[in-house]
Design a protein around this ligand. Sequence first.
Ligand code: SF4
Ligand code: SF4
Length: 374
Amino acid sequence: MLQEKPLTLDVGAMAQAHGFLLMGLSDIDLGYAQPGLKAWLSQGYHGEMNYMAEHGMKRAEPASLVPGTASVLMVAMNYRPHDQDWVESAWQQMQSEGLAYISRYALGRDYHKLVRSRLQKLASALQQQALLLGHALEPVRVFCDSAPVMEVELAKKAGLGWRGKHTLLLNQHHGSMFFLGSLFLGLPASFFRATLPAPQADGAHCGTCQRCIDVCPTQAIIAPYKLDARRCISYLTIEHKTSIPLPLRRAIGQRVYGCDDCQLVCPWNKFARASDAPDFVPRHGLDTATLSDLLLWDKSQFESNLQGSAIRRIGFSRWVRNLAVAAGNSLADHKSDPNKQQQRARLVASLHHRLNSGADELQREHLIWALGYA
Ligand code: SF4
Ligand code: SF4
Protein backbone atom coordinates (compact mmCIF):
# COMPACT_ATOMS: atom_id res chain seq x y z
CA MET A 1 0.00 0.00 0.00
CA LEU A 2 2.90 2.28 0.66
CA GLN A 3 3.86 1.91 -2.99
CA GLU A 4 0.38 3.04 -4.08
CA LYS A 5 0.83 6.51 -2.63
CA PRO A 6 4.49 7.42 -2.94
CA LEU A 7 5.71 10.70 -1.56
CA THR A 8 7.29 12.71 -4.34
CA LEU A 9 10.66 14.11 -3.41
CA ASP A 10 11.80 16.88 -5.70
CA VAL A 11 15.25 16.72 -4.18
CA GLY A 12 16.63 19.64 -6.18
CA ALA A 13 13.84 22.04 -5.23
CA MET A 14 13.68 20.83 -1.62
CA ALA A 15 17.42 21.15 -1.18
CA GLN A 16 17.31 24.70 -2.47
CA ALA A 17 14.24 25.65 -0.43
CA HIS A 18 15.91 24.48 2.78
CA GLY A 19 19.33 25.99 2.15
CA PHE A 20 21.15 22.83 1.09
CA LEU A 21 23.42 22.36 -1.88
CA LEU A 22 22.65 18.69 -2.46
CA MET A 23 20.11 16.18 -1.29
CA GLY A 24 19.48 12.48 -1.92
CA LEU A 25 17.97 9.37 -0.42
CA SER A 26 19.76 6.19 0.61
CA ASP A 27 18.64 2.76 1.77
CA ILE A 28 20.23 1.53 5.01
CA ASP A 29 22.16 -1.47 3.72
CA LEU A 30 25.79 -0.67 4.57
CA GLY A 31 26.79 -4.29 5.13
CA TYR A 32 29.37 -4.02 2.32
CA ALA A 33 31.21 -1.34 4.34
CA GLN A 34 31.58 -3.40 7.52
CA PRO A 35 34.76 -5.36 6.63
CA GLY A 36 36.59 -2.12 5.73
CA LEU A 37 35.42 -0.43 8.93
CA LYS A 38 36.46 -3.42 11.04
CA ALA A 39 39.90 -3.55 9.44
CA TRP A 40 40.39 0.22 9.89
CA LEU A 41 39.49 0.04 13.58
CA SER A 42 41.60 -3.05 14.19
CA GLN A 43 44.65 -1.24 12.80
CA GLY A 44 44.07 1.49 15.41
CA TYR A 45 43.85 4.19 12.72
CA HIS A 46 41.15 5.96 14.76
CA GLY A 47 43.74 6.94 17.41
CA GLU A 48 42.21 8.37 20.60
CA MET A 49 38.71 8.46 19.09
CA ASN A 50 37.66 5.58 21.30
CA TYR A 51 33.99 6.26 20.69
CA MET A 52 34.54 4.96 17.16
CA ALA A 53 35.63 1.56 18.44
CA GLU A 54 32.99 1.60 21.17
CA HIS A 55 30.23 2.11 18.63
CA GLY A 56 31.58 -0.86 16.70
CA MET A 57 29.41 -1.79 13.73
CA LYS A 58 26.57 0.51 14.83
CA ARG A 59 28.08 2.99 12.40
CA ALA A 60 27.26 0.67 9.52
CA GLU A 61 23.79 -0.17 10.83
CA PRO A 62 21.56 2.91 10.88
CA ALA A 63 18.65 0.88 12.29
CA SER A 64 20.64 -0.07 15.38
CA LEU A 65 21.39 3.61 16.02
CA VAL A 66 17.72 4.60 15.58
CA PRO A 67 15.43 1.55 15.72
CA GLY A 68 12.82 1.60 12.98
CA THR A 69 14.97 3.55 10.51
CA ALA A 70 14.25 2.40 6.97
CA SER A 71 15.96 5.08 4.84
CA VAL A 72 18.27 8.08 5.25
CA LEU A 73 17.95 11.42 3.52
CA MET A 74 21.42 12.88 3.06
CA VAL A 75 22.12 16.59 2.60
CA ALA A 76 25.18 18.72 1.88
CA MET A 77 25.69 22.37 2.83
CA ASN A 78 28.51 24.32 1.20
CA TYR A 79 30.95 26.46 3.20
CA ARG A 80 33.53 27.66 0.67
CA PRO A 81 34.72 31.20 1.50
CA HIS A 82 33.47 34.06 -0.70
CA ASP A 83 36.89 35.21 -1.79
CA GLN A 84 37.44 34.20 -5.44
CA ASP A 85 41.10 33.54 -4.62
CA TRP A 86 40.24 31.45 -1.58
CA VAL A 87 42.74 28.70 -2.44
CA GLU A 88 45.66 31.10 -2.94
CA SER A 89 44.67 33.07 0.19
CA ALA A 90 44.66 29.87 2.22
CA TRP A 91 48.16 28.86 1.07
CA GLN A 92 49.43 32.38 1.65
CA GLN A 93 48.08 32.57 5.17
CA MET A 94 49.48 29.18 6.08
CA GLN A 95 52.96 30.15 4.86
CA SER A 96 53.20 33.76 6.09
CA GLU A 97 55.42 34.23 9.09
CA GLY A 98 53.53 34.55 12.37
CA LEU A 99 50.01 33.94 11.00
CA ALA A 100 47.63 31.31 12.37
CA TYR A 101 45.88 29.01 9.92
CA ILE A 102 42.39 27.81 10.81
CA SER A 103 40.52 25.39 8.61
CA ARG A 104 38.13 27.30 6.34
CA TYR A 105 35.07 25.56 7.75
CA ALA A 106 35.77 26.79 11.30
CA LEU A 107 36.24 30.52 10.68
CA GLY A 108 32.61 31.39 11.43
CA ARG A 109 29.88 29.98 13.65
CA ASP A 110 29.60 26.31 14.52
CA TYR A 111 28.15 24.59 11.44
CA HIS A 112 26.48 21.81 13.48
CA LYS A 113 23.78 24.20 14.67
CA LEU A 114 22.89 25.57 11.26
CA VAL A 115 22.87 22.18 9.51
CA ARG A 116 20.75 20.67 12.26
CA SER A 117 18.24 23.50 12.37
CA ARG A 118 17.76 23.40 8.57
CA LEU A 119 17.42 19.61 8.73
CA GLN A 120 14.73 19.97 11.42
CA LYS A 121 12.74 22.29 9.15
CA LEU A 122 13.12 19.85 6.29
CA ALA A 123 11.95 17.02 8.54
CA SER A 124 8.81 18.98 9.50
CA ALA A 125 8.02 19.70 5.83
CA LEU A 126 8.39 16.01 4.95
CA GLN A 127 6.29 14.92 7.92
CA GLN A 128 3.47 17.21 6.80
CA GLN A 129 3.57 15.84 3.26
CA ALA A 130 3.57 12.25 4.52
CA LEU A 131 0.63 12.96 6.82
CA LEU A 132 -1.38 14.28 3.86
CA LEU A 133 -0.91 10.86 2.28
CA GLY A 134 -1.97 9.17 5.50
CA HIS A 135 1.48 7.96 6.54
CA ALA A 136 3.72 8.66 9.50
CA LEU A 137 7.42 9.14 8.79
CA GLU A 138 8.53 8.30 12.34
CA PRO A 139 11.09 7.69 13.58
CA VAL A 140 12.59 10.97 12.32
CA ARG A 141 16.02 11.94 13.65
CA VAL A 142 18.56 14.45 12.36
CA PHE A 143 22.34 14.12 12.73
CA CYS A 144 25.34 16.19 11.80
CA ASP A 145 28.64 14.83 13.13
CA SER A 146 26.89 14.01 16.39
CA ALA A 147 26.41 10.25 16.17
CA PRO A 148 28.07 7.17 14.68
CA VAL A 149 26.83 7.61 11.11
CA MET A 150 28.77 6.54 7.99
CA GLU A 151 27.95 9.80 6.30
CA VAL A 152 30.16 9.40 3.25
CA GLU A 153 28.86 5.90 2.49
CA LEU A 154 25.25 7.02 2.86
CA ALA A 155 25.90 10.13 0.75
CA LYS A 156 27.44 7.97 -1.98
CA LYS A 157 24.39 5.71 -1.98
CA ALA A 158 22.16 8.78 -2.06
CA GLY A 159 23.88 9.86 -5.30
CA LEU A 160 25.61 12.91 -3.80
CA GLY A 161 29.01 11.97 -5.19
CA TRP A 162 31.96 9.62 -4.80
CA ARG A 163 34.63 9.05 -2.15
CA GLY A 164 37.83 10.79 -3.19
CA LYS A 165 41.24 9.31 -2.49
CA HIS A 166 41.46 11.68 0.51
CA THR A 167 38.38 9.80 1.88
CA LEU A 168 36.02 12.81 1.71
CA LEU A 169 32.93 12.97 -0.46
CA LEU A 170 33.41 14.69 -3.81
CA ASN A 171 30.80 15.97 -6.22
CA GLN A 172 31.47 16.68 -9.89
CA HIS A 173 29.74 20.06 -9.79
CA HIS A 174 30.65 21.22 -6.28
CA GLY A 175 33.94 19.66 -5.18
CA SER A 176 34.16 18.78 -1.49
CA MET A 177 33.80 22.06 0.43
CA PHE A 178 30.54 21.11 2.15
CA PHE A 179 29.21 19.61 5.38
CA LEU A 180 27.10 16.47 5.36
CA GLY A 181 23.98 15.95 7.43
CA SER A 182 21.52 13.09 7.67
CA LEU A 183 17.83 12.64 8.32
CA PHE A 184 16.89 9.15 9.47
CA LEU A 185 13.38 8.20 8.36
CA GLY A 186 10.98 5.42 9.27
CA LEU A 187 9.70 4.84 5.74
CA PRO A 188 11.73 2.89 3.18
CA ALA A 189 13.36 4.54 0.18
CA SER A 190 10.87 2.73 -2.06
CA PHE A 191 8.07 4.81 -0.51
CA PHE A 192 9.51 7.96 -2.05
CA ARG A 193 9.39 8.90 -5.68
CA ALA A 194 12.57 10.81 -6.31
CA THR A 195 14.89 11.45 -9.21
CA LEU A 196 18.35 10.67 -7.94
CA PRO A 197 21.70 10.34 -9.64
CA ALA A 198 23.15 6.82 -9.58
CA PRO A 199 25.54 5.97 -6.73
CA GLN A 200 29.19 6.32 -7.68
CA ALA A 201 32.10 4.06 -6.79
CA ASP A 202 35.07 5.24 -4.71
CA GLY A 203 37.35 7.41 -6.82
CA ALA A 204 34.79 7.49 -9.65
CA HIS A 205 36.27 10.68 -11.11
CA CYS A 206 39.69 10.81 -9.43
CA GLY A 207 41.34 8.97 -12.32
CA THR A 208 45.13 8.92 -12.05
CA CYS A 209 45.22 12.04 -9.87
CA GLN A 210 46.79 11.67 -6.45
CA ARG A 211 47.50 15.27 -5.54
CA CYS A 212 45.85 14.90 -2.13
CA ILE A 213 48.11 11.98 -1.24
CA ASP A 214 51.24 13.81 -2.41
CA VAL A 215 50.47 17.09 -0.64
CA CYS A 216 49.53 15.70 2.77
CA PRO A 217 52.12 17.20 5.16
CA THR A 218 52.08 14.17 7.49
CA GLN A 219 51.50 11.36 4.96
CA ALA A 220 48.22 10.58 6.69
CA ILE A 221 46.61 9.22 3.50
CA ILE A 222 48.49 5.94 3.64
CA ALA A 223 46.81 4.56 0.50
CA PRO A 224 43.97 5.76 -1.72
CA TYR A 225 40.78 5.91 0.41
CA LYS A 226 42.68 4.99 3.58
CA LEU A 227 43.40 7.58 6.27
CA ASP A 228 45.53 6.99 9.33
CA ALA A 229 43.73 9.54 11.51
CA ARG A 230 46.58 9.44 14.03
CA ARG A 231 48.75 11.27 11.50
CA CYS A 232 46.09 13.65 10.18
CA ILE A 233 46.49 17.28 11.28
CA SER A 234 42.71 17.67 11.59
CA TYR A 235 42.70 14.82 14.09
CA LEU A 236 45.86 15.98 15.89
CA THR A 237 44.64 19.56 16.39
CA ILE A 238 40.99 18.75 17.18
CA GLU A 239 40.35 15.20 18.40
CA HIS A 240 43.69 14.29 19.96
CA LYS A 241 43.60 15.26 23.62
CA THR A 242 47.15 14.78 24.81
CA SER A 243 50.65 15.76 23.76
CA ILE A 244 51.18 16.05 19.99
CA PRO A 245 53.78 13.42 18.98
CA LEU A 246 57.18 15.05 18.46
CA PRO A 247 57.85 13.46 15.05
CA LEU A 248 54.68 15.07 13.66
CA ARG A 249 54.96 18.55 15.17
CA ARG A 250 57.12 20.22 12.52
CA ALA A 251 54.86 19.01 9.70
CA ILE A 252 51.86 20.73 11.28
CA GLY A 253 53.26 24.10 10.26
CA GLN A 254 51.09 27.04 11.29
CA ARG A 255 47.81 25.10 11.23
CA VAL A 256 46.17 25.63 14.62
CA TYR A 257 42.75 24.07 14.01
CA GLY A 258 42.20 21.56 11.25
CA CYS A 259 43.87 21.25 7.86
CA ASP A 260 42.58 21.84 4.33
CA ASP A 261 45.58 20.88 2.21
CA CYS A 262 44.06 17.79 0.60
CA GLN A 263 41.02 19.83 -0.41
CA LEU A 264 42.99 22.88 -1.54
CA VAL A 265 44.88 20.84 -4.15
CA CYS A 266 41.89 18.86 -5.37
CA PRO A 267 41.06 19.92 -8.94
CA TRP A 268 37.34 19.40 -8.36
CA ASN A 269 37.26 22.21 -5.84
CA LYS A 270 37.53 24.77 -8.60
CA PHE A 271 33.79 24.07 -8.86
CA ALA A 272 33.16 24.58 -5.13
CA ARG A 273 30.42 27.15 -4.56
CA ALA A 274 30.74 29.99 -2.03
CA SER A 275 28.37 29.87 0.90
CA ASP A 276 25.78 32.60 1.35
CA ALA A 277 25.16 31.66 5.00
CA PRO A 278 26.04 34.62 7.27
CA ASP A 279 27.00 32.03 9.92
CA PHE A 280 30.09 31.10 7.96
CA VAL A 281 31.50 34.62 7.63
CA PRO A 282 34.86 34.72 9.50
CA ARG A 283 34.57 36.11 13.03
CA HIS A 284 37.11 37.89 15.25
CA GLY A 285 39.49 38.25 12.30
CA LEU A 286 40.30 34.54 12.50
CA ASP A 287 41.11 34.53 8.79
CA THR A 288 43.97 36.99 9.31
CA ALA A 289 44.89 36.44 12.99
CA THR A 290 48.49 36.40 14.18
CA LEU A 291 49.77 33.68 16.47
CA SER A 292 51.14 36.27 18.88
CA ASP A 293 47.71 37.95 19.28
CA LEU A 294 45.91 34.63 19.75
CA LEU A 295 48.47 33.54 22.34
CA LEU A 296 47.63 36.63 24.38
CA TRP A 297 43.99 35.52 24.82
CA ASP A 298 43.42 34.21 28.31
CA LYS A 299 40.88 31.50 29.05
CA SER A 300 37.96 33.89 29.47
CA GLN A 301 38.80 35.67 26.19
CA PHE A 302 39.07 32.30 24.46
CA GLU A 303 35.62 31.39 25.73
CA SER A 304 33.94 34.69 24.95
CA ASN A 305 35.61 35.30 21.57
CA LEU A 306 34.85 31.78 20.40
CA GLN A 307 31.32 31.64 21.75
CA GLY A 308 29.24 29.79 19.13
CA SER A 309 32.34 28.57 17.26
CA ALA A 310 33.23 24.90 16.74
CA ILE A 311 36.78 25.72 17.93
CA ARG A 312 35.57 26.30 21.50
CA ARG A 313 34.87 22.57 21.81
CA ILE A 314 38.58 21.71 22.06
CA GLY A 315 38.97 23.85 25.19
CA PHE A 316 41.62 26.39 26.16
CA SER A 317 44.31 23.87 27.05
CA ARG A 318 44.40 22.24 23.61
CA TRP A 319 43.97 25.61 21.90
CA VAL A 320 47.18 26.90 23.52
CA ARG A 321 48.91 23.56 22.77
CA ASN A 322 48.09 24.04 19.08
CA LEU A 323 49.13 27.70 19.05
CA ALA A 324 52.44 26.75 20.65
CA VAL A 325 53.18 24.14 17.96
CA ALA A 326 52.30 26.63 15.21
CA ALA A 327 54.40 29.34 16.87
CA GLY A 328 57.41 27.01 17.19
CA ASN A 329 57.07 26.10 13.52
CA SER A 330 56.80 29.73 12.45
CA LEU A 331 59.96 30.58 14.42
CA ALA A 332 61.78 27.58 12.96
CA ASP A 333 60.67 28.09 9.35
CA HIS A 334 61.29 31.84 9.04
CA LYS A 335 64.56 32.18 10.91
CA SER A 336 66.49 34.17 8.35
CA ASP A 337 64.06 36.98 7.46
CA PRO A 338 65.78 40.16 8.73
CA ASN A 339 62.68 42.30 8.04
CA LYS A 340 60.57 40.43 10.52
CA GLN A 341 62.62 40.82 13.70
CA GLN A 342 59.93 42.81 15.54
CA GLN A 343 57.23 40.33 14.63
CA ARG A 344 59.45 37.51 15.79
CA ALA A 345 60.17 39.23 19.08
CA ARG A 346 56.44 39.74 19.64
CA LEU A 347 55.76 36.07 19.08
CA VAL A 348 58.49 35.02 21.51
CA ALA A 349 57.12 37.48 24.10
CA SER A 350 53.60 36.03 23.68
CA LEU A 351 54.93 32.51 24.23
CA HIS A 352 56.67 33.64 27.42
CA HIS A 353 53.55 35.47 28.56
CA ARG A 354 51.41 32.34 28.14
CA LEU A 355 54.05 30.20 29.87
CA ASN A 356 54.08 32.56 32.86
CA SER A 357 50.30 32.88 33.10
CA GLY A 358 49.41 29.65 34.84
CA ALA A 359 50.03 27.28 31.94
CA ASP A 360 48.95 23.70 32.62
CA GLU A 361 51.25 20.74 32.01
CA LEU A 362 50.12 20.15 28.43
CA GLN A 363 50.52 23.82 27.54
CA ARG A 364 53.90 24.13 29.30
CA GLU A 365 55.42 21.23 27.42
CA HIS A 366 54.41 22.64 24.03
CA LEU A 367 55.28 26.25 24.90
CA ILE A 368 58.76 25.20 26.00
CA TRP A 369 59.14 23.16 22.81
CA ALA A 370 58.21 26.26 20.76
CA LEU A 371 60.63 28.48 22.67
CA GLY A 372 63.38 26.06 21.72
CA TYR A 373 63.18 27.64 18.21
CA ALA A 374 63.37 31.25 19.48
S1 SF4 B 1 43.49 17.08 6.40
FE1 SF4 B 1 45.68 17.57 6.09
S2 SF4 B 1 46.78 16.09 7.34
FE2 SF4 B 1 44.68 15.30 7.10
S3 SF4 B 1 44.76 14.00 5.30
FE3 SF4 B 1 44.19 16.01 4.54
S4 SF4 B 1 46.16 16.97 4.00
FE4 SF4 B 1 46.62 15.21 5.30
S1 SF4 C 1 43.06 15.46 -5.22
FE1 SF4 C 1 42.81 14.05 -6.95
S2 SF4 C 1 42.90 12.00 -6.06
FE2 SF4 C 1 42.56 13.42 -4.38
S3 SF4 C 1 40.36 13.45 -4.12
FE3 SF4 C 1 40.85 15.13 -5.52
S4 SF4 C 1 40.66 14.25 -7.58
FE4 SF4 C 1 40.74 12.54 -6.12
